[in-house]
Design a binder for this molecule. Structure first.
Ligand code: KG4
Ligand code: ZN
Length: 380
């Protein structure tokens, strides 16, 4: 008998619901993105985010059930994001999940959003018929997070495995070995995108535009993070880009042109490319090269230091094409396997929450009536 978990995610600006069987088979996954609403503010506005979650949560859950051709009666448990995230946003999914679990008489499993991102990689590995060898290091790199974990797998106790129909189910343990001291990498992309008038969020468009520039044109120095060399820092490179632009008044007219284009709703890479000079494309490519090399260098150093056998990379920035290429080649040199989620599983979704809930459900780690949202909820 399969265990079907309904996952609910509402930690930031995506309202998502998904149904995952036995922690690995995605039966449905629905994401309602609020990006259009927050775009004109150049970032997520918390009050607007909660309001949209309230509007979307019921239809998104219904759609997830319909897509899986299931009803509430077919669901065995509910997994819901407890944190970290925006407290008003988290509360919408959490309260809905609580009420649903209570009224259906089903168990409720609180999930750490960051553990969800780890499981996004494991879901994809299963889809690809691959199995990452443990221990692993996992880099979670998004608009809100840039953090490195050492991930270990432990077999669940025999009783829990029996409940899983005899299949081998792992429980994962995490220790945080590095994190950003200031901006997240995705935040740096978005801030540079703002400086250069490339729209919001900056990452996806800059990823495409970077392919047209020379990544060695502008030199950025890699930040030194004293104390822990596995920590990151991205506010310096953002400031360096700002200084670079301020020192070149000839860049202003094209920035103004792109701002006008964005105001007309022209925001694709194809529409912005003709409005970018070679100097701008070089700057974007150099910024990206520097960020990607820094992420890979520290992650691979972490893998070596902690004896990892695989490297997992997850979160919105893991969708970046140069990052995927560079991590792939660097990991190969180090004799490590590297795993990414698909682009859809890289960004926030609820399939990863349902998958992360599964081992906790088997281990009986359920929510009590006191369960509350936690804006700062460290995984380790
Ligand atoms: O995981 P996510 O959807 O939301 C959170 O921040 O939790 O990540 C969104 C972030 C944004 O900062 C966006 O600019 C960045 O991921 N991003 C990218 C790419 N796609 C999304 N950054 C670089 N290259 C991309 N292809
Ligand atoms: Zn996330």
């Amino acid at each position: 008998m399969l265990t079907r978990i309904l996952g609910i995610e509402s930690s930031c600006d995506e309202t998502a619901a998904a149904i995952v069987a036995d922690g690995r088979e995605i039966l449905s996954s629905v994401v309602a993105s609020q990006v259009e609403i927050h775009r004109k503010y150049g970032g997520v506005v918390p009050e607007l985010a909660s309001r949209e979650h309230l509007r979307d949560i019921v239809p998104v859950v219904r759609e997830a059930l319909a897509e899986a051709k299931l009803t509430f009666a077919d669901i065995d448990a509910i997994g819901v994001t407890r944190g970290p995230g925006l407290v008003g946003s988290l509360l919408v999914g959490l309260t809905y999940g609580k009420v649903l679990a209570m009224s259906l008489g089903k168990p409720l499993v609180p999930v750490n959003h960051l553990e969800g991102h780890v499981h996004a990689v494991l879901l994809q590995a299963h889809l690809d018929n691959r199995e990452p060898e443990m221990p692993a290091v996992c880099l979670i790199v998004s608009g809100g997070h840039t953090v490195l974990y050492n991930v270990k797998a432990e077999l669940l106790p025999a009783g829990a495995a029996r409940r899983a129909g005899g299949a081998t189910v792992f429980h994962f343990t995490y220790s945080r070995i590095g994190q950003t001291r200031d901006d997240a990498a995705g935040e740096a992309y978005d801030k540079v995108g703002k400086i250069l008038a490339l729209g919001y969020p900056g990452g996806p468009v800059m990823d495409q535009l970077a392919a047209h520039g020379n990544p060695n044109a502008v030199r950025f120095t890699a930040p030194v993070t004293k104390g822990n060399p596995l920590d990151f820092s991205f506010s310096g490179i953002k400031t360096a880009v700002l200084r670079h632009v301020r020192a070149r008044p000839e860049m202003q007219p094209e920035i103004a042109q792109r701002e006008e284009a964005l105001a007309r709703g022209e925001r694709t890479a194809a529409q912005l490319l003709p409005l970018c000079s070679a100097a701008t494309l070089d700057l974007i490519a150099s910024f990206q090269r520097s960020v990607v090399e820094d992420l890979a260098a520290r992650t691979l150093a972490a893998a070596e230091q902690h004896g990892a056998r695989s490297v997992l990379v997850s979160g919105g920035v893991a969708a970046n094409s140069e990052l995927r290429k560079h991590f792939g080649s660097q990991a190969l040199l180090a004799g490590l396997d590297v795993f990414f989620p698909s682009r859809a599983l890289s960004t926030d979704n609820a399939a990863m929450i349902a998958a992360a809930a599964y081992p906790h459900l088997l281990a009986g780690e359920l929510a009590d009536s006191q369960l509350n949202a936690e804006a700062n909820f460290p995984l380790a």
